[in-house]
Design a protein around this ligand. Sequence first.
Ligand code: ITT
Length: 187
Amino acid sequence: MLRFVTGNAGKLKEAQHYLTDPIEQVEYDYTEIQSDSLADIAVHGAKEAFDHLDGDDPLIVDDTGLFIDTLGGFPGPYSAYVEDTVGVERVWKLTELEENRRARFRTIVAYYDGERAETFEGSIRGRIVAPRGDDGFGYDPIFEHNGVTLAEMDIDQKNSISHRGRALAKFAEWFSADGEWNPGVPD
Ligand code: ITT
């Protein structure tokens, strides 16, 4: 079975909801190298996890960042650290007085099977707003897309337009065409 290496319950739920074939969650705290490149971080993490975990089923990791234009892309690859330290509300406060509150979410899904490493990217544009909504996780309440925050969407709505949904769709298309597994996305 395809393994998804993550400790983030929100990411897991979205991927399980989106992919038609079952995936197994594996918790392994891989090293997040310091890099401006989400892809480098994700591929490094996928290889390290594969080497340290038992089993040889292929696996994916998901590295995601919120990039705020007026803050030069902050928090970017450090989004998890910033959420854990200052919190999402403070990120809103940082941008509150800015005229330009445009931002982008980017996800890299990195696949590794012991030989082959591949990356799939998805992104979504939006803007930072005061927190609204109870669904989702992480920065969802402060990220608005077409007038609605990601935390005001249900999981299907979010997956249909989100950074993660887009990256997973590309991955699923490649993987089902290429491998014996068939984690397609619903029609
Ligand atoms: P794993 O590495 O265990 O998968 P993580 O939460 O540490 O989990 P990231 O480094 O990719 O993963 O997380 C980046 C940050 O962005 C983190 O604070 C997440 O809560 C947040 N995040 C990731 N995807 C998100 C999404 O779809 N909506 C809102 N916030 C998200």
